[in-house]
Design a protein around this ligand. Sequence first.
Ligand code: 5AD
Ligand code: SF4
Length: 440
Amino acid sequence: MTQPRKLYIRTYGCQMNVYDSERMAEALGGQGYVETDSPDDADMILLNTCHIREKAAEKVYSELGRFKGLKAAKPDLKIGVAGCVAQAEGEEIMRRQPMVDLVVGPQSYHRLPDLEARARAGEKALDTDFPEEDKFAHLKSRPKAARGPTAFLTVQEGCDKFCAFCVVPYTRGAEVSRPVERVMAEARDLVERGVREITLLGQNVNAYHGAGPDGADWSLARLIHELAEIDGLARIRFTTSHPNDMGEDLIAAHGTCEKLMPYLHLPVQSGSDRILKRMNRRHTAEGYIRLIERIRAARPDILLSGDFIVGFPEETEADFQATLDLVEAVGYGSAFSFKYSPRPGTPAAERPQVDADVASDRLQRLQALLTRQQRAAQDAMVGRDISVLFEKPGRLEGQMVGKSEYLHAVHVADPAARAGRIATVRVVESGPNSLSGRLA
Ligand code: 5AD
Ligand code: SF4
């Protein structure tokens, strides 16, 4: 028998890249590769890259530079770049880094075995097409290996919203939803292999409109209700959503579907209507706050999370203050905030930019407020009994870490807290980034 070849994948960026990396590993598994967690003994290194904010591409080049020695020592080593930087700058990468053998954009992963074979034969293999066929349908189905209690499942990809700052519509292409039956089959398979919580992924997941078995287009809410019928699947989440696609049925599902977790990531980006308009978000701050009220009416304990950009072109101090006001009005349990970063080819990159120091200062002020809210929401859990799905050993001896329904990390030191078990935990302490407690 020939030795299996070793594949090292490094993943940057969002959860969809995590999912894609798993699928690429499976696709190359069919070519005789097994995964390794060290680049040193790899026969193939794949960087699954992110292009959402600045310097992402630069990071790829410096990372590639570090593999130069490896490649010199092992001329058979193949180096590939996948993901959104590959999509945006594929040919440029090949030009600037001759050691790269293979470049594959996010819509072409099903062609990876062929690209790998070409790279092995000494060719430079590049594919950044947006093919018509469904890449997931063509990817090899998952081997029936056991896996951890939580999994991502991509149900929708791409985006038609064209927010003025965002590269996603260019790197991931137009919005596409996977058919309901394919999603259901993959979910059932995951559950058979031990998964208890599935997070449905999409750049615009709540715009999901996959073809149902009845011929009609199903909404995300309908898909979630169907998934909830799967025995053994205990928890469902979805991310990321756009406020304008929060349909009535999805809002209602937060109140009626027990398996749908009380956590919602709903980015607003800014609290200023002037900036929202320039961002091409197509909603107002007031509209967003009313929407949150409706969601909270359906599920009063829901924990809200958001994304924010400060220093968007032409943002004034008054605009920024409006963002702080919105944050005060909503009250977030978790949040991600970023300094605006001009992305080549997007409309906002051409607008007058905000001074970098001013943007840094705003980011600090916003993060201080968000951190306060986050801590308050977490501290409020102390003394409560909450449901926790245990996932893996914690850093301390004998400790397990899991997630609350609200996505808090929870530590418990108890042998009965086994991975995959869902148990009630009495929360005893709230630390900087996690809760700890004991089995109730
Ligand atoms: N600059 C800064 N942040 C950005 N995001 C997307 N594009 C940019 C950009 N050009 C942020 C948004 C989005 C999150 C995934 O990344 O907040 O919701
Ligand atoms: Fe980017 Fe999200 Fe806007 Fe789509 S909705 S353009 S993915 S920020």
